[in-house]
Design a protein around this ligand. Structure first.
Ligand SMILES: [Zn+2]
Length: 272
């Protein structure tokens, strides 16, 4: 019931906020980390089509915006050298990262960070119809210059497992990637954006240097390096919506959705 009333509000709220955003914001509000999941024709919020994705890249090219990975963007931001840059981030390491996304980015000289789940490195797991990059593909993507980040070993919601297992999920992921790539990963993404102060400490002590959340916003302001904000790019985002998101015009809408998500998570934790 709660969920369905939120869903029915979404299109209306989105329209209102998009209209408000378009009044004052059409210049990019950077630096900003864009968050993608799938790039395919599955439909839904978590998949943009290859055609939509190419339209987004065309806009970045036309705006002469530097497109890099998350750790590079953060390093440049700390040096005050990221004013006209975005980072692209892709969660879960789906197979099309290798087949479609990396080639499209490579041909435009763009960087990105792919957050991978280490128990999917054999290409997938039983009962999951999605295909994932296998170890060789992840290695190849890294060798050609893309950043590989950690996204835990099995993709649990960290707040739903005990501390010992959460620390293992983070540590195993980092060690397996280090072994595979010959270089330890520096960036981490919390599965489903769920984390607590304890999890931040686990990520830090595992050796990661930064972490991304699903909380909305740009990198401006005093953002802690283990809680970097991102801007979700969703299925159906046309050129106008994409420009608006680059301009920060949908940050307020994303904050509303994120707040609903937080409330839902707190309620779920308290429900026995
Ligand atoms: Zn994920």
């Amino acid at each position: 019931m709660y969920r369905s009333s939120c869903e029915s509000l979404r299109p209306r709220l989105r329209k209102i906020i998009a209209r408000a955003g378009s009044l004052g914001a059409d210049a990019p509000d950077l630096p900003r980390i864009l968050m993608y999941h799938g790039v395919d024709d599955r439909g839904g919020r978590l998949s943009v089509t290859p055609r939509e994705f190419e339209a987004h890249l065309d806009i970045l090219v036309a705006g002469n915006i530097d497109v890099v990975g998350v750790s590079e963007l953060h390093a440049r931001f700390m040096k005050g050298d990221a004013a006209h840059a975005v980072a692209l981030s892709f969660d879960d390491g789906f197979r099309e990262m290798y087949d479609i996304v990396a080639p499209l980015l490579l041909s435009r000289n763009m960087g990105a960070t792919f957050y991978v789940i280490t128990d999917r490195l054999n290409g997938g797991i039983p009962n999951d119809s999605r295909r994932y990059m296998d170890a060789d593909e992840v290695k190849r993507v890294h060798e050609i210059g893309f950043e590989i980040g950690g996204h835990t070993h099995t993709h649990p919601v960290l707040s739903r497992i005990d501390s010992e297992r959460a620390a293992d999920e983070i540590g195993i992921c980092r060690r397996r990637l280090e072994k595979l790539l010959g270089q330890a990963p520096t960036s981490f993404a919390y599965p489903r954006g769920d984390y607590s102060l304890d999890h931040i400490e686990m990520v830090r002590s595992a050796g990661f240097a930064n972490a991304v959340t699903v909380r909305p916003g740009s990198l401006m302001g005093n953002i802690p390096r283990f809680q970097l904000l991102r801007t979700e790019i969703a299925g159906g985002d046309d050129a106008t919506t994409f420009r608006l998101k680059l301009a920060g015009g949908i940050d307020s809408w994303h904050r509303v959705v994120s707040a609903f998500g937080d409330i839902r998570r707190v309620v779920a934790r308290r429900t026995p």
